[in-house]
Design a protein around this ligand. Structure first.
Ligand code: SF4
Length: 331
C-alpha cells in the first residue's frame, strides 16, 4: 500500500498545491488535503499555538491537527525563500518547529528546506530530498520534479489569466474557481496574502460577496512577476519580504489602472510585514490616487456583521466616486 502524505490547506498551499500534488502523484504517493477551514479547525489551532502568533499561523496549526491522525506523513516544507535575494516571513521558517513542539503524537514531518535565496539554488534541492522519503531512484524523482514544475507554471498562468485558487468542495482536481463571468459595474482589487483572501472562512467569503455586490475582483495574482516587481521598484528601497513586495507592487499597479474603481487591503492582526505594507499602500493612495481604499484587519474575533457593513459602505463609496467622475467627464 502506498504512503499517504497530508498537505495542510494553509499558508503557501494556495500557490504550490498543484505542484506538490503532481510531484507526489508521479511518485505514486497518495495526498490528503486538510478539510476546508471551519471554526473548529481554527479553534484547535488557537489552542495549540502561542498567543503572539498571527492568525494564519494559528490556522495552519489547526490544519495540521486536522490531518495528524489520517496520514503517514505531513508535508511542511521549511520555506526560507521563494526568490533570489529575498526572504519570506520568518514565521514560515519556524513553522515546522512550532508544530513539532506544540503537537504530540504527530506522524513524521517532511520539512526539508525550500530556499531560493542564493544564485544557482533551485526547487530541485527540495524535491530531491522529499522524493528520497519514497524512492531511491533519482530518475523517478527527477521525472516527478519536472512534471511538478510544469504544473506550477500552468497554475501561475491560470492565476494570471484570472482564475482564483478557491476551493470547490475539497475536490483535488478542482481547486480553482474561475472569476465570476456575471455582470459587474465596478472592479475592485483585493490585496492580501493568499492564505487570507482565498480561504473562504477566514476572509468571510469576501470575494464571493464582492461578486454578489456586482463587482469584478482582481488580486495580486493576476499580475506577472515582472509587473509586480516593476511597480514595487517605485519604492526607494526594495522590500525583502517576497509576499509583501507582490502586494505593494500590485496595489501600486491597480491604483493606476483606469478600470479599477477601488482597493481593499486585507491584513492579518499580529503581522509585522502587513502593517508596513498597509502603511505604504495608504501613503500611496493619499499621495497619488483618488481611488477609495479600504483597510481591513482580520483576526480570530472579527465578526461577519462588521465586515459586511464595511464592505457595503465601501461599495457605496466606490459607486458614488464613479458617479462623480462620470459627471465630471461630461462637463
Ligand atoms: S507574513 Fe504576516 S500573516 Fe504571513 S505568516 Fe508572516 S506574520 Fe503571519
Amino acid at each position: 500500500m502506498s504512503a499517504t502524505v497530508g498537505i495542510p490547506r494553509a499558508l503557501l498551499y494556495y500557490y504550490y498545491y498543484p505542484q506538490w500534488k503532481t510531484f507526489f502523484d508521479h511518485l505514486g504517493v497518495k495526498t490528503v488535503v486538510s478539510r476546508e477551514t471551519t471554526r473548529a479547525i481554527l479553534e484547535k489551532g488557537i489552542k495549540s499555538t502561542v498567543d503572539e502568533a498571527c492568525l494564519p499561523i494559528k490556522l495552519a496549526v489547526g490544519h495540521v491537527l486536522d490531518l495528524k491522525d489520517r496520514v503517514d506523513y505531513i508535508f511542511l516544507p521549511r520555506i526560507v525563500s521563494t526568490a533570489r535575494r529575498e526572504y519570506i516571513c520568518p514565521k514560515f521558517l519556524g513553522f515546522p518547529d512550532m508544530v513539532r513542539n506544540n503537537i504530540n503524537n504527530l506522524p513524521p514531518l517532511i520539512d526539508n528546506n525550500m530556499d531560493l535565496y542564493r544564485k544557482g539554488s533551485s526547487l530541485y534541492n527540495l524535491f530531491y530530498m522529499v522524493g528520497r522519503y519514497f524512492t531511491h531512484n533519482p530518475a523517478s524523482i527527477y521525472k516527478a520534479y519536472k512534471a511538478s514544475m510544469e504544473s506550477l507554471h500552468v497554475h501561475c498562468r491560470d492565476m494570471e489569466a484570472g482564475r482564483l485558487p478557491f476551493e470547490t468542495g475539497g475536490k483535488d482536481n478542482q481547486n480553482y474557481r474561475t472569476r465570476d463571468g456575471g455582470v459587474h459595474d465596478v472592479t475592485i482589487a483585493v490585496i492580501g496574502h493568499p492564505y487570507n483572501i482565498y480561504d473562504r472562512y477566514i476572509s468571510m467569503n469576501m470575494i464571493k460577496r464582492l461578486w454578489d455586490y456586482g463587482a469584478d475582483v482582481l488580486t495580486a495574482d493576476q499580475l506577472t512577476e515582472t509587473a509586480f516587481r516593476r511597480e514595487a521598484g517605485k519604492l526607494p528601497k526594495q522590500l525583502f519580504w517576497t509576499l509583501n513586495q507582490r502586494m505593494v507592487g500590485a496595489a501600486f499597479y491597480y491604483f493606476e489602472r483606469p478600470d479599477v474603481d477601488g482597493l481593499i487591503h486585507v491584513a492579518s492582526f499580529g503581522c509585522g510585514p502587513d502593517s508596513m505594507t498597509g502603511e505604504l499602500i495608504e501613503r500611496y493612495a493619499r499621495r497619488s490616487s483618488r481611488k477609495p481604499l479600504l483597510n481591513l484587519t482580520i483576526d480570530e474575533h472579527t465578526g461577519e456583521a462588521g465586515m459586511i457593513t464595511r464592505l457595503e459602505a465601501f461599495m457605496d463609496m466606490v459607486r458614488w466616486r464613479r458617479h462623480l467622475d462620470d459627471v465630471a467627464a461630461t462637463l
